[in-house]
Design a binder for this molecule. Structure first.
Ligand code: WT7
Length: 704
């Protein structure tokens, strides 16, 4: 049924137009070596074995004291995992690997300037550096177990070292993405009540040595406004001995780590044996309006979950060279650059800069040179690599056995390029759906055992039992062609423990909506509401449609932005697409599409028509965009998410809101000038918007 034929389409039917994609089967060579290649694993993790199935993950760790209760549900929804157990995360990621192979690289750090050599930090060296920094934090900075320390660090080895040094002491770290502003960092310092800030003078991004220390001054000032005094700012130097910042060091507050660390040379710090339930870190969720949510993650449950999923879903073996091209400032980096891979004793690659600097071949040169065999990135990066260098991968002699996509739904067309061109048809792909709140993957195929389907993440992962509910809490059946709200019926070890300092908001946001009985102590009554829309195919695979508010309601038809964008990238020449609503007198909302083009294509009316035609044929006439705008680049966050709110503001002549967290704020004025002057010429300037419309446009596509 095409939308335009439907007289009335129910709320949840937005996904009915997705075409079923053909399945891809993992290569035999991959299956032959995979960590999970025996289907018996599904039985071990079936619901009848819950929660004890997660013992298999916890047993991948080294415990100081074994736990007595796998899952304690006495205070819903504040679940406790592996209660009674004690362990140290730093010990698990570093010390325990020394006996086997101390001189193997734990970290391979690739500086952005290509002439700077790769730095290998062996497990032995990592052990030294973690111990010395832990000693400094304890002795010089005076932090104690349970304190919070904020990092505002770029992609340098000092970041995992600092995380592990805190973990060694049982100190809770809170890394703020290096690209965020000083003010954003300061707000998070205040929220987490950190007295220590760890930062760096500068780092390379897009060929420039960025002055980063200046943000520390802003952060400390903002924290002070919010009532929090930072006692010490510890400053790593990108080039020890040289100072890359113009910002003066404040006497008595700011210290160069390379000057102080000498006092702790060769110091050893006993790892503090922590209860499984002790918080390991706080990670603020990516929202840019409202107060950011400090997602508090546990030590035992979290580490067990990321270790288990790294082993089975990332297929990490100790002898692999694994490159996750995310930033450690996001949860992906915490779980799948640092904690998961190091807990398994593998070699994990860290890259300082932009994957297309100085040219579109850089990522593939890194892969070739370091012998990377597992590659992990996000659709936005894949689209960028495809846009700038569609034929680059062929020129380099690397071979991936496994690749990951994470962070947003991937358009099937982009997936196929990833598979065929980047993976050279040799790699198994996992499309992993999860969230900052979740610690690790929720939806994915098990790479050797379940076929891939472009655009679908797959079924729930081992021990995760998802369900789709409609607004009233009725189950939406698999294969019904209807979408709804995806929830997880059960707790799992990686789930965050609470929102730091705001347990009420934790319950309200994730559990209130579908709780069956607030007095119940039975986990079955407390489904986790992910705030994502999804649909489930008859084969059990989920297609994630994005945050529930990312829909455009055209004359009562709820159109998923991702669905529109997936259609648009099928059009000739289109590299990337973003759909936004415009207020429309007749239909309530109409769709506007923004697209950027692949190399070799120039903007033309023909391309615009191509976009409209493909949307009409893939989705239906109702979805035909009112306008298609061809832009050089989309406004994006530093994590690569397109800020639909900004272009929605431009299309509707409303305030675009704060653009300071954009990676490329400079594009906003160009797009505004181009779009609004043309709209003026066509008489498409809207009358003043109602407050409600303004609010909706202002928040469109905004991560919660
Ligand atoms: C939101 C979470 C998970 C770490 C990176 C993002 C969307 C995430 C997928 C995927 C479709 C996805 C969801 C989710 N999302 N992965 N594989 N397919 N959508 O973490 O910033 O907390 O964002 O990203 O909407 O809720 P985050």
């Amino acid at each position: 049924m095409a939308l335009d034929e439907a007289s009335e389409v129910s709320e949840a039917q937005i996904a009915v137009h997705w075409r079923e994609e053909e399945l891809y089967y993992p290569p035999a060579k991959f299956i032959g070596q995979a960590n999970a290649s025996d289907p018996a694993i599904f039985q071990r993790f079936s619901e009848e074995h819950f929660p004890e199935c997660f013992k298999e993950y916890a047993d991948l760790l080294t415990w100081d004291r074994y736990w007595h209760t796998t899952l304690d549900t006495s205070n819903p929804p504040f679940w406790k995992w592996f209660v009674g157990g004690r362990l140290n995360a730093s010990y698990n990621c570093v010390d325990r690997h020394l006996a086997r192979d101390p001189n193997k690289a734990a970290l391979l750090w690739v500086p952005e300037p290509e002439q700077e050599p790769t730095v290998a930090v062996t497990y032995q060296e990592l052990y030294r550096r973690v111990n010395e920094l832990a000693a400094l934090l304890q002795g010089f900075a005076g932090v104690k177990t349970g304190d919070r320390v904020t990092f505002h660090l770029p992609m340098v080895p000092e970041l995992p070292v600092a995380m592990l040094a805190c973990a060694r002491l049982g100190v809770i770290h809170s890394q703020v993405f290096g690209g965020f502003s000083g003010a954003a960092c300061g707000g998070r310092i205040a929220d987490s009540q950190s007295t220590i800030l760890v930062t760096m003078d500068g780092y390379y991004r897009n060929g420039e040595l960025v002055d980063h220390k200046v943000k520390a001054d802003e952060a400390v000032a903002r924290a002070a406004e919010e009532g929090m005094t930072v006692d010490k700012v510890l400053v790593f130097r990108r080039h020890p001995g040289e100072y890359a910042s113009k910002s003066p060091m404040v006497a008595g507050r700011d210290f160069f780590v390379d000057e102080v660390i000498g006092d702790y040379r060769d110091a050893l710090v006993e790892p503090v044996s922590m209860p499984a339930e002790a918080p390991l870190f706080i990670m603020y969720s990516s929202g840019t309006t409202g107060r950011p949510k400090g997602c508090q993650h546990s030590t035992g449950g979290y580490l067990a979950y990321v270790t288990g999923t790294s082993k089975y879903y990332q297929d990490i073996h100790p002898e692999d060279t694994y490159w996750c091209a995310a930033d450690i400032g996001w949860i992906t980096g915490h779980s799948y650059i640092v904690y998961g891979p190091l807990s398994l004793g593998t070699t994990t690659v860290l890259y300082e800069g932009v994957p297309t600097y100085p040219d579109a071949g850089r990522a593939w040169r890194i892969a070739e040179r370091l012998g990377v065999n597992i590659f992990h990135t996000a659709p936005t990066t894949i689209r960028m690599l495809r846009k700038l260098g569609p034929d680059e991968p062929k020129k380099y002699n690397y071979h991936f056995k496994h690749m990951t996509t994470v962070g947003e739904p991937i358009e099937p067309e982009v997936w196929r390029w990833y598979y065929e061109v980047v993976g050279k048809g040799e790699a198994a792909i996992v499309d992993t759906w999860w969230q900052t709140e979740n610690g690790g993957f929720l939806g994915s195929t098990l790479p050797a055992l379940q076929p891939m389907k472009p655009g679908s993440c797959g079924p729930g992962v081992l021990g995760i039992y998802p369900v789709i509910y409609d607004e009233d809490g009725n189950e939406v059946a698999a294969g019904s062609g209807k979408a709804g709200n995806i929830c997880i019926r059960n707790p799992w070890p990686g789930i965050f423990q609470t929102i730091w300092g705001d347990p009420e908001r934790f319950i309200d946001t994730y559990y209130r909506k579908y709780c069956k009985d607030p007095d119940s102590k039975d986990w079955h009554d407390w489904p986790y509401f992910a705030n994502d829309g999804a649909m489930q195919a008859a084969d059990g695979y989920f297609r994630i449609l994005g945050r529930v508010d990312d829909v455009i309601n055209v004359a009562g038809h709820r159109l998923g932005t991702k669905e529109l964008e997936s259609a648009a990238v099928l059009a000739e020449g289109v590299a990337e697409a973003a759909a936004v609503p415009v207020v429309d007198e007749l239909r309530g909302r109409a769709v506007e599409m923004y697209v950027s083009l692949r190399p070799g294509f120039v903007a033309s009316d023909e391309i615009k028509r191509g976009v409209s035609d493909v949307i009409a044929s893939e989705i239906g006439k109702v979805a035909i965009p009112k306008n298609v705008w061809i832009v050089a680049d989309m406004p994006k966050t530093r994590s690569g998410k397109i800020m639909r709110r900004v272009i929605a503001g431009i299309s509707n002549f409303t305030d675009v809101g704060d653009t300071s967290t954009l990676a490329n704020p400079e594009v906003v004025d160009d797009i505004r000038e181009h779009v609004q002057s043309e709209k003026r010429a066509r008489g498409e300037v809207p009358k003043a918007l109602s407050a409600k419309d303004k609010e909706e446009i202002g928040q469109f596509g905004q991560a919660e």
